[in-house]
Ligand binder design. Structure first.
Ligand code: BJW
Length: 229
């Protein structure tokens, strides 16, 4: 087997679950508490922006009170020490990977701490809540800031960079994701087609488990440090 130089790691909500952040599709997860169509589509935001803002305000506040766990920390160690190419692609909008110290990181579904002004197309750091939401710092227009996250029907971020990394990966590792949402769910097939070994680390077999050459099941705080160290 050829030596491993280039690694792509995909993470999902399961990597942050043991920090106390709700996943989407597990029992009691966010999609049991809210209808996707009400809070995570551009149409929902157009229809009822206050409801969508309340959903993200609450999550933003909850996430800020949480801390990175042993899985985020192990991935940050990998990032700091891996001499070859490495890209951590997270579907998570929380900032726990960067708070753990990861640098080679892409937030393909956006970041809960960013605001996007749909009047002037500028991104800025989120400072307000629903009650005291500021005007856009760039254009000064009030009422046009939305959470800078990727909703259903919208194009995930930095896809060219991600596919370039997948196409030269020697190893693709998927951590804590159900494999229910595309295009991330298709990355394992892309990496396999490019000749990469593929490893799943998840609490249970994901929807795409079949495509992985190896799978280990259990909590991310145990599996990820075991794999990294
Ligand atoms: C643990 C654990 C522990 C628990 N340790 N593990 C192809 C086929 C079919 C449909 C489509 C397709 N291509 C596109 C689509 C449509 C759609 C889609 O995928 N629909 C599916 C539902 C079928 N995709 C899109 O719309 C995407 N856009 C797109 O494709 O654009 C193309 C386009 C082309 C031309 C014009 C315009 C566009 C966008 C998808 C956006 C997803 N957005 C969300 C919300 C982000 C903001 C926010 O956070 O609020 O992203 S939805 C939600 O799901 C969030 C997540 O990032 C994403 C994935 O969830 P994740 O991370 O996998 O979480 P869970 O809960 O599902 O799973 C957790 C896992 O962890 C479980 O397996 C647990 O077992 C495990 N776990 N605890 C280890 N301790």
């Amino acid at each position: 087997m050829s030596p491993i130089r280039n690694i792509v790691v995909l993470t999902g909500a399961g990597v942050s679950a043991e920090s106390g952040i709700d996943t989407f599709r597990d029992a009691g997860g966010l999609w049991e508490q809210h209808r996707v169509e009400d809070v995570a589509t551009p149409e929902a935001f157009a229809r009822d922006p206050d409801l969508v803002h309340r959903f993200y305000d609450a999550r933003r506040e909850a996430i800020q009170a949480k801390a990175p766990n042993a899985a985020h920390e192990a991935l940050a160690r990998l990032d700091a020490g891996w001499p070859g190419e490495l890209l951590i692609v997270t579907q998570n909008v929380d900032d726990l990977h960067e708070r753990a110290g990861a640098k080679r990181l892409i937030h393909m579904h956006g970041e809960h701490l960013n605001a996007w002004c749909i009047a002037c197309d500028t991104r800025s750091r989120w400072t307000g809540t629903l009650i005291e939401r500021p005007a856009c710092p760039a254009c000064g227009m009030p009422g046009y800031l939305r959470p800078d996250v990727v909703w259903f029907g919208e194009m995930p971020y930095r896809m060219e960079e991600i596919y370039a990394a997948l196409n030269k990966a020697d190893l693709f590792v998927s951590i804590g994701t159900s494999g229910a949402v595309y295009p991330a769910a298709g990355f394992v097939r892309e990496a396999r087609a490019a000749g990469a070994r593929t490893l799943e680390l998840n609490m249970e077999p994901s929807q795409g488990s079949y495509w992985f050459s190896e799978a280990r099941h259990g909590p991310a705080t145990q599996l990820v440090p075991q794999w990294v160290d």
